[in-house]
Design a protein around this ligand. Structure first.
Ligand code: GLN
Length: 241
């Protein structure tokens, strides 16, 4: 089996090791004999999503987000169609915000989004920073790190419920978003290496769309779970500012 991953703007959107998500996908494919071709996208000119199975978008500062907005808007329609057709997508923090209609920075600058889903994000002066722990129905406990000024409110299925940390807005107890095969989340960390159930979900969804439903070979995740447990412990014991 052969999958193609587009990593959008790795030179601009790669906060707190978001590149590690791509590496996690690559490794878990490789360990199963699935070929994953990774294409780093720096411009969306002539971009064609028809042969793409997985899209990764990392997080970025307000400035970096502003710089890539124009590029993203060029593929807005195609991206929307791809999502409706079941393309897999992982969007982190600034990338997650750009799945909505717009993001307004704390200085009042409005960055238009791709309108994959009907929501928007608005920044406040204070940032929501720290380790975060959430409970999810699909993937169990998920650990990560968040650092954002944007607050997101939406009516879609959240990725999870906040146990410790802020999540979408620090108010309604939700974190992230799931829409078709899209996962949007504020969790950096990067999220995938410590949460292999999410990585496998992305791979399985991409395979199902391309080849039909297939069982993924089980991997030994002892190291991943140990790391996750340690991160969970740190998250639960450390005092938040
Ligand atoms: N610039 C956005 C915010 O501060 C996203 C930051 C990020 O990707 N960590 O909300």
């Amino acid at each position: 089996m052969n999958l193609v991953l587009y990593n959008l703007f790795p030179d601009r959107l790669n906060l707190y090791g978001d590149r590690g998500n791509v590496v996690a996908l690559q490794k878990r494919c490789e360990w199963r004999g699935i070929q994953l071709t990774i294409v780093d996208i720096k411009s969306t000119n002539d971009m064609n999503l028809s042969s793409v199975d997985i899209i990764c978008i990392g997080g970025g500062s307000d400035r970096e987000q502003g710089l890539i907005t124009k590029e993203l808007l060029k593929i807005k329609k195609e991206f929307q169609l791809g999502v409706e057709d079941g393309i897999s997508c992982l969007a982190i923090c600034g990338g997650y915000q750009l799945l909505g209609s717009f993001y307004v920075t704390s200085e009042g600058t409005k960055h238009m989004g791709m309108e994959i889903c009907d929501f928007h994000s608005i920044a406040r002066e204070d940032r929501q920073v720290g380790n975060i722990l959430i409970d999810t129905k699909e993937f169990g406990r998920v650990v990560g790190f968040e650092n954002h000024s944007g607050r997101t409110y939406h009516p879609y299925q959240p990725l999870g419920k906040v146990i410790k940390g802020y999540g979408n807005n620090g108010e309604d107890g939700t974190e992230g978003l799931i829409y078709h095969n899209v996962i949007g989340t504020y969790l950096h960390g990067p999220i995938l290496p410590k949460n292999p159930a999410i990585t496998d979900h992305i791979i399985a969804a991409a395979i199902e769309r391309k080849y039909g439903k297939k069982e993924l070979i089980a991997l030994d995740d002892a190291l991943e779970y140990e790391t996750k447990q340690q991160a969970e412990k740190i998250c639960l014991t450390l005092q938040r500012g």
